[in-house]
Design a protein around this ligand. Structure first.
Ligand code: ARG
Length: 290
């Protein structure tokens, strides 16, 4: 088996901001030349992942489905199981059938094993709202603006792993991945104000002070919490100096990419990718098996 991390990304040729389903999206601000910048940004993200050691599978672009460029929302994937997403907004529901056939093809090639559906009536927007924490062997699951509360139990049932539910409090940070990012080694970068008081208490209870890296409003609004982490490498949108200092002090290396056209849609590095090879086995068990 290829030991490199495996990500899904989408060809951005049909990307645009043509509707508004979150407060960042301003269709009137979108100019056709933004597509050129978006394509460049997407290639840079791809190159950064590859130089961090990853391989990438690519989903073809589909006209009329601009947000297909955010495959983090397509499914929750762990141990070869794929729990397909169900989107809240009609604007994105057309992506469900596309991603279903993408995963069927990945299954035929042996890259994933099993495709599972959510219970009727449950909304769940994929890894954007269900983030695997490899150090703790658990999911952190966001609900409220997009995914329904019932998705917490559905994810627990589908994967048989511990799930910690966090209610999101703001329409600007509408997916968990916009405000919460577990990092290798056990630290978590997060933006406290995006969470309800109860969820903030759960985070403080679960994470000792030394493992909590709090993002400021400025850092969260720059979409820097929406980062991809591979070991010490953290790939994100252009970061304020304050955040660089915090992460470097903790031993992380930063790769910044100008993702402005995607931020205009309310997304950045993490949501432009979907990790396909995560397993619930602890790292040391994997090393021992090699
Ligand atoms: N325009 C997209 C939406 O509102 C952006 C999705 C970003 N994805 C994410 N996982 N944060 O659905």
């Amino acid at each position: 088996m290829d030991p490199r991390p495996l990500f899904l990304m989408t060809d951005p040729s049909c990307f645009e901001v043509s509707y508004q389903i979150n407060p960042w999206m301003q269709p009137t601000a979108w100019r056709p030349e933004d597509l050129v910048t978006a394509q460049r940004a997407s290639s840079q993200l791809r190159a950064a992942l590859q130089s961090a050691g990853a391989r990438i599978e690519t989903v073809g672009a589909v006209r009329g489905l601009p947000d297909l460029v955010f495959p983090a929302n397509a499914a929750v994937v762990l141990d070869g199981k794929v729990l397909l997403a169900r989107f809240r907004h009609p604007e994105r529901q057309g992506e469900e059938a596309i991603f279903r056939s993408v995963f069927a093809r990945l299954k035929a090639r042996g890259l994933v094993d099993e495709i599972i559906d959510l219970p009727d009536g449950t909304l769940q927007e994929g890894a954007g709202d269900a983030i695997w924490d490899a150090d703790r062997g658990q999911f952190w699951v966001g609900f409220g603006p997009r995914s329904s509360r019932s998705s917490v139990a559905a994810i627990r049932r589908a994967f048989g792993r511990e799930v910690v539910a966090l209610e999101l409090a703001s329409d600007r940070f509408y997916h968990l991945d916009t405000c919460f990012c577990p990092l290798a080694g056990g630290a978590v970068l997060y933006y406290p104000d995006a969470f309800t008081a109860d969820a903030q208490a759960v985070i403080r209870e679960r994470l000792p002070r030394a493992q909590r890296i709090e993002a400021s409003a400025e850092e969260a609004q720059a979409f820097c919490v929406n980062a991809v982490n591979l070991d010490a490498e953290v790939i994100m949108a252009r970061a304020p100096a304050s955040l660089k200092a915090k992460l470097q002090a903790d031993g992380y290396r930063l790769t910044e990419i100008d993702l402005d056209p995607f931020i205009l849609s309310g997304g950045a590095a993490y949501c432009m990718t979907l990790r396909l090879d995560r397993t619930s086995q602890p790292h040391h068990a994997i090393l021992a098996a090699e």
